[in-house]
Ligand binder design. Structure first.
Ligand SMILES: Nc1nc2c(ncn2[C@@H]2O[C@H](COP(=O)(O)OP(=O)(O)OP(=O)(O)O)[C@@H](O)[C@H]2O)c(=O)[nH]1
Ligand SMILES: [Mg+2]
Length: 458
């Protein structure tokens, strides 16, 4: 593995977590430069051989890995697959396949191998030793994309934490890494001692990142509590990466979230208010996408971001109807939702990119995935049906009341439209007669204007 120059982006995470302002007693933050900056970073546009193992695997099974590699800046120049149910415990692929990978590497002039699964530290090491090139597993690849795309301080901290947790058991000492060269000059020196120092350094950094994340989560909790106390339903957009979540977010709200034909374009959460056809307001949040075999370290590190989904009133699950893998993608999303404790949250499923799907296929999808709302976030098709569905499914406020809102208190009516559900409105004596379903909070605010049964005249 060739170490590359420390990337500039790393400096950002060494700043204090409090708006970059240094606080007393926090001088350690500058000292703890990320150890990752001294380790692997794939160079730009590397050539890589993709390798997949699994029962009944086909070359097309590696399409997603190729897209991930592309997003990370590597070009997939060859694919090697091996159909077997259990990977080899020592080298992941069997001996014969090692030969084939070797040939592909040399034939294509590739300098890296990318595997479609997470490997054990031992498997990674063995493969690297046998193949003599950099070996990257699916987890490292996804972590790398996250590192490239993280923008906010919290996002960067989360990614670094995941990377370090991944790196720690896989760290190799100088002596070991150099033994391939046959020892001698350049291999003598601190060796294992250096490795232990590195490990300690990483452990310290991990504790620091965890502390930072706790602080950042607190800020998020305050914001969330404020949103929750507003009584406005919170809809979390979730779905497979590249399904069109951000495009839908932009189409439904006036947000300006980055849309890109890239995996994991969005990492940082964005929240906007949106008005449903009923007049009721909701908040809509767009956040990180999911992928099958989402690395556990990432789920752990992103837990606080992902918890937003678990606390939402509703999950708006966006699936890519144009993908031949839609069913397994929907299943992968459900798995992650379950893992982050959001399995119980009501879901509305949107079958996006329907503009790319012909009639036959639409019927097939409708049969296989019943209950989905076909939409195109790009053309706007189906968005009305979708928002109507959202309005139906969002729990209705519990109490039905009749109010006489005096003239001059239109603010109250406006609030009922936003936060409760207005069933009807008509002119009355000295004000407006409003029939609404309200929650406790709105009921308290409007209590003075609630009419008793006999006052309503019916
Ligand atoms: N044809 C078509 N393309 C769409 C539609 N919705 C999104 N796209 C395209 O799909 C790609 C991904 O869209 P995004 O909105 O960035 O997807 P995302 O789910 O936010 O992806 P990540 O943030 O990377 O997880 C972009 O190239 C969009 O232009 C649609 O309804 N129809
Ligand atoms: Mg996005």
């Amino acid at each position: 593995m060739m170490p590359t120059d420390p990337p500039a982006r790393r400096t950002a995470v060494t700043r204090s977590v409090h708006d970059g302002r240094r606080r007393r007693g926090q001088h350690d933050v500058t000292m703890l430069e990320s150890p990752l900056s001294a380790t692997w970073r794939p160079a730009v546009r590397e050539k890589a051989v993709l390798v997949g193992v699994g029962r009944g695997i086909e070359e097309s099974s590696l399409d997603e890995l190729a897209a991930l590699a592309d997003t990370a800046g590597a070009e997939a120049v060859a694919r090697v697959i091996q159909s077997r149910s259990d990977p080899d415990p020592a080298t992941f692929v069997g001996k014969g396949k090692l030969e084939e990978i070797h040939r592909a590497l040399h034939g294509e002039g590739a300098d890296a191998v990318i595997l479609d699964d997470e490997l054990s530290p031992g498997q990674l090491r063995n493969l690297e030793d046998r193949l003599g090139v950099k070996v990257i597993d699916r987890t490292a690849l996804i972590l790398d994309i996250f590192a490239l795309h993280a923008r906010s301080r919290e996002g960067k901290t989360q990614v670094e934490l995941a990377q370090l947790n991944y790196l720690l058991p896989r760290l190799r000492g100088w002596g070991e890494a150099m033994s391939r060269l046959g020892g001698g000059i350049g291999t003598r020196g601190p060796g294992e001692t250096k490795l232990e120092v590195d490990r300690q350094h990483i452990r310290r950094r991990i504790s620091k990142l965890k502390r930072d994340l706790k602080n950042l989560a607190r800020t998020r909790e305050v914001k969330r509590a404020r949103r929750q106390s507003s009584g406005i339903a919170q809809v979390a957009i979730a779905g497979y990466t590249n399904a069109g979540k951000s495009t839908l977010m932009n189409a439904l709200s006036q947000a300006n979230v980055l849309v890109a034909d890239q995996l994991f374009a969005t990492l940082d959460p964005t929240t906007r208010r949106v008005k449903l056809p009923t007049g009721r307001e909701i908040t809509l949040s767009d956040t990180v996408g999911f992928v099958s075999k989402l690395p556990h370290d990432l789920v752990e590190a992103f837990r606080s971001t992902l918890e937003e989904v678990a606390l939402a009133t509703l999950v708006l699950h966006v699936a890519d109807a144009s993908s031949p893998e839609i069913e397994s993608q929907v299943a992968a999303v459900h798995e992650v939702l379950y893992e982050i404790g959001a399995g119980h949250v009501t879901e509305v499923l949107a079958l996006n990119k329907i503009d790319l799907v012909d009639e036959d296929q639409r019927r097939r999808i409708a049969n296989r995935i019943p209950g989905g709302v076909p939409i195109s976030a790009a053309t706007g098709e189906g968005l009305e049906v979708l928002t109507e569905r959202l309005a139906e499914v969002i729990p209705r406020p519990p109490v039905e009341v009749r109010l006489l809102v005096p003239y001059g208190r239109e603010d109250l009516t406006a609030r009922l439209y936003r936060e409760a559900e207005v069933l009807s409105e008509e002119p009355g004596e000295g004000g407006t007669l409003v029939w609404a379903r309200v929650g406790e909070r709105e009921l308290a605010a409007a209590a003075a204007f609630v009419l008793n049964g006999d006052e309503t005249g019916d």
